[in-house]
Write a protein that binds this ligand. Sequence first.
Ligand code: NIG
Ligand code: FE
Length: 409
Amino acid sequence: IFIFPIYLPYMLLIKNASQLLTLAGGIKKEDYELGIIENGAVLIEGEKIVEIGSTKELKGSADKEIDASSKVVMPGFVDPHTHLVFSGTRENELYMKLQGKTYLEILKMGGGILRTVRATRNASKEALIKESMRRLDYMLVNGTTTAEAKSGYGLNYEDERKILEVINDIKHPIDLVPTFLGAHALPPEFKKSGEHIEYMKKIIPKIAPLAKFIDIFCEKGVFNCEESKEYLDEGKKYGLVPKIHADEIEDIGCTKVAVEVGAISADHLVKTSDENIELMAKKGIIAVFLPATPYMLLSKEYARARKFIEMGIPVALATDLNPNAYTESMQMVISLAITQMHMLPEEAIAASTINAAAAIGMKDKIGSLEKGKQADLIILDAKNYQQIGYHFGVNLVEKVIKKGKLVWS
Ligand code: NIG
Ligand code: FE
């Protein structure tokens, strides 16, 4: 007789959650409903969610059960904008900022991004993996289960390739989505921004297989709108989806470029004019806010989240993790979004899960707790979701489940 080996997938039941946030409504434009189930439970089989409901409804035998009494259970945070791979830090620049130097002044002096470019060019792949792994551990412990990661500290073919290989090769429970940011600053080997764009356009065909998105720092004194459009259009030819750093310091019309090229998201948006917000609204471009950046630039000015939400634009939040704004914590970002941008807790939570997943083109797989979706979820020491961002400066995440496995406790 032939006996076929039967594969028995591992079953995990999480039960008794005081609030289970499903975020099942998808991207909500007007009302950011969290899909709350009181006394909720999730049944996971292998890497996927097979059932979700109240603890009473969800009977059945699991190999392992986790009791989530008095806890909030929700989708793992998705961080849709990070500069994960870089060498060295820049705490020295805090003193310059405290003396009133601006971000672009520090960059012009060869500091800022350019300082990190020098260090990253000199770093081996192994060294970059080691530094990035440490940051990924911080991210995981703080509840992030998927993140976008940009290149951008190489700025030449070899080093941009090296960074993207790190992003692709790294082995960590957090899933990474790679973005090519070849136009992050003007490196010393070129005099004019246009020359760098020409060079980047030449390397795009060779780099494109390593990335999903293409991004540029569109800003006064960095890369202008024409250059941004040219570069992003070239990326599209090779299958890359455009993203853009827009209106961080000035509105020079970068959101118009986002609209023209059909970007999936425009990020920063601190200075975006009403007119350009309206333009974004018409095209359904996702707005990604990065409040850790103005915070670390010692600025009082944040993106006008209320205006974007009023206009019906789906909004997401991200850390922007980089040596200027050095945080891995989406909980910190949520707290800043609430206190500095006046986002409601429910808006900030949707912006950090389902909308963040949408900003990296992954909302069908992650970002909410629904039957058939990947079992990426976190258990927080919070009685209700309003405590996230309110109970601040500490890590509320107690357990992280990635693809059905308990990866941190
Ligand atoms: O999104 N502003 C441009 N790029 C990054 C910062 C990179 C850096 O300062 O190293 C950002 O804020
Ligand atoms: Fe950034």
